[in-house]
Design a protein around this ligand. Structure first.
Ligand code: SF4
Ligand code: SF4
Length: 169
């Protein structure tokens, strides 16, 4: 037998409005904890595992840690890392990246570049605010990856020398 509700949509609409109105009043009076936040004044805390915009680390002397070995670019599934190697002015170092660019629009934030790097020169950072007006601004270079304002004073921009591997006899 057909119910009154199935004969008329008015009852369904009324029930829906009651549920929506109930949530509205509860939120208005602060009875329930709201899942929304007042962004950008309030910001969420993300896990330490969160993988955001990359960071190029530095050696203790301030030089870029990257040795232009291309392993990160080779491992990158999105082919969004562009490196141009050059001879380093430091006689102790063979190469450095004259250009190191990441296209953040192509990047899938998988972290493979970080895993592939043998000298801890590229890390996944914590920055997640990446809004830009022009497409070209999503291709970020060395200066942004090493020195952007959000990195100032953070350990993430400090390169930790890897332990020397000693060969056993
Ligand atoms: S996070 Fe993944 S996709 Fe992005 S640059 Fe690194 S390897 Fe490429
Ligand atoms: S960031 Fe690391 S893996 Fe990539 S080119 Fe530089 S040294 Fe090699």
């Amino acid at each position: 037998m057909a119910t009154l509700e199935s004969k008329s949509y008015v009852i369904g609409i009324f029930k829906g409005l009651m549920i929506t109105g109930g949530h509205f009043i509860k939120n208005l009076l602060g009875i329930t904890k709201r899942p929304t936040i007042m962004y950008p004044e309030q910001k969420r805390k993300y896990s330490q595992k969160f993988m955001g915009t990359h960071v190029l680390t530095k050696k203790h002397n301030g030089e870029i840690a990257c040795t232009s070995c291309m392993l990160c670019a080779t491992a990158c599934p999105a082919e969004c890392i562009h490196i141009v190697a050059a001879e380093s002015p430091n006689p102790q170092v063979e190469k450095y990246p004259a250009i190191y660019e990441i296209d953040l629009l192509r990047c899938v934030f998988c972290g493979y570049c970080e895993d592939a790097c043998p000298v801890d020169a590229v890390r996944m950072g914590r920055d997640y605010e990446m809004a830009e007006l022009a497409e070209r601004n999503f291709v970020v270079g060395i200066d942004f990856l090493m020195n952007r304002p959000s990195l100032q004073g953070k350990n993430i921009s400090v390169f930790h020398e890897p332990k020397k591997i000693t060969k056993s006899a």
